[in-house]
Design a protein around this ligand. Structure first.
Ligand SMILES: [Zn+2]
Length: 168
C-alpha cells in the first residue's frame, strides 16, 4: 500500500516536471518567434522605404516651390529632396497628433531668380501625391513579399507549438 502511494507521487512529480519544461520551452519559443516577427517587420519596412525612394514617381516627379522673397516659382526634382533629407525646413502643422497634417512647408533652396538661397514654399499637394504614388509603387512590389514572409513565420510558429504539444 505504501509502495503504491510512493509510486503515484513519483509519477505525479514527473508529470509536473514535464509540464514545467514544456512551459519553459513554449516561453522561449514565443520570445524567439516574437523577435523573428519583429525583425522581419523592420527589415521589410526598411526595404519598403528604399523602394519608395527608388520608385518611378520619386525619381521622375517634380515638386514646385515658390520663393518667399521674390515670388518666383520653380521646380525641384523629388529625387533631390530625397537625397537632401536634412535641408533646413520650417513648417506649419495644423491639428494634433495623427489627425493633423502639415499645411505649409518651406525649405532653404537656391532661388534661380534671386540667385541665392532663400526660403521657398513647397507645394504640399504635389508632394503628397508623389509620396502616395511612390508608396503605392513600392507596396505593389513589396506587399506580396511581406505576406509570404509573414505566412512562413506564422506556419513555422504553428508547427513548432503543435509539435511541442504532441511531444510533451
Ligand atoms: Zn527668389
Amino acid at each position: 500500500m505504501e509502495e503504491l502511494r510512493e509510486q503515484m507521487l513519483a509519477e505525479q512529480a514527473e508529470r509536473i516536471a514535464r509540464l514545467q519544461m514544456r512551459n519553459e520551452i513554449r516561453m522561449a519559443g514565443l520570445v524567439i518567434w516574437g523577435v523573428l516577427l519583429l525583425g522581419w517587420l523592420i527589415v521589410w519596412f526598411i526595404k519598403l522605404m528604399r523602394d519608395i525612394r527608388r520608385s518611378e514617381a520619386m525619381c521622375s516627379g517634380e515638386i514646385s516651390f515658390t520663393c518667399e522673397t521674390c515670388g518666383h516659382s520653380f521646380c525641384v526634382p523629388a529625387d533631390y529632396l530625397v537625397r537632401h533629407p536634412f535641408m533646413f525646413r520650417k513648417s506649419v502643422y495644423k491639428g494634433n497628433g495623427m489627425t493633423g497634417r502639415t499645411v505649409r512647408q518651406s525649405g532653404r533652396l537656391f532661388c534661380p531668380s534671386c540667385q541665392k538661397k532663400t526660403w521657398c514654399r513647397q507645394d504640399m499637394e504635389e508632394s503628397a501625391r508623389i509620396g502616395m504614388s511612390g508608396f503605392g509603387e513600392a507596396l505593389r512590389k513589396d506587399g506580396l513579399r511581406f505576406l509570404a514572409g509573414a505566412v512562413v513565420l506564422l506556419a513555422a510558429g504553428g508547427i513548432f507549438f503543435t509539435v511541442l504539444n504532441i511531444v510533451f
